[in-house]
Design a binder for this molecule. Structure first.
Ligand code: SF4
Ligand code: SF4
Length: 195
């Protein structure tokens, strides 16, 4: 936590408990109230040195109702899903899944760092999957760069061209056959409704 951290909450009535309720209802997050605040997760995390809040702090803040701080945090986007925290947590909390749940809340509420590649990539990935049942690396990377760091396209196009020539990238969208595509779309929508 940065020494200049100023919480948005000044009075108890400003605390928002709905985030904790949502995480409790998420697979992997059921045990957040068993967190010992031991710090094993943050101590094991290869990226905690770059995070504004360690996983331990995030879990404590979720429980106490500091919703705004949690979903505005960079930490949830820095998480590399390595599962080290989950494997080592003595309380059996699936910290990585909690991080994913927090990312979903941040995307749903539209609160995430603008032009930060990870949330844009996640949204484009889901959009593509829902419409075609498959992802296309070329268009996924292209859309992400256009929406985050468009100037990078100027430096990356020679590499893209080389990969296209060697057949490592494909411009055409492939769709999965209709019955399977419809089942996948229904599955994704049902998961989306619960988030
Ligand atoms: S390792 Fe588990 S119990 Fe310890 S602080 Fe992290 S989440 Fe809590
Ligand atoms: S899964 Fe995320 S939070 Fe957990 S140790 Fe890895 S990078 Fe850190």
């Amino acid at each position: 936590m940065s020494p200049s951290f100023q919480p948005s909450v000044k009075y108890q009535k400003q605390l928002k408990r709905d985030l904790a309720a949502e995480i409790l209802a998420t697979p992997g997050g059921e045990k957040i109230y068993s967190c010992l605040q031991c710090g094993t997760c943050g101590g094991s995390c290869p990226l905690s040195g770059y995070m504004d809040f360690t996983p331990r702090q995030l879990i404590g803040m979720v429980r106490e109702g500091f919703k705004q701080e949690v979903i505005e945090s960079f930490s949830i986007w820095l998480c590399a899903s390595c599962y080290e925290c989950t494997v080592r947590c003595p309380a059996g909390i699936h910290v990585t899944d909690v991080m994913y749940a927090l990312k979903r809340v941040a995307i749903r509420e539209g609160i995430y760092p603008r032009r930060f590649p990870v949330p844009v990539l996640a949204k484009e990935f889901m959009r593509m999957l829902k419409s075609t049942g498959r992802t296309n690396e070329f268009w996924l990377a292209f859309k992400m760069l256009v929406k985050t760091t468009p100037l990078k396209l100027l430096t990356m196009w020679p590499l893209g061209l080389q990969m296209l020539r060697r057949g490592r990238l494909c411009l055409t969208f492939n769709r999965i056959p209709k019955p399977a595509g419809e089942s996948l779309r229904q599955m994704l929508e049902s998961v989306g409704e619960r988030q």
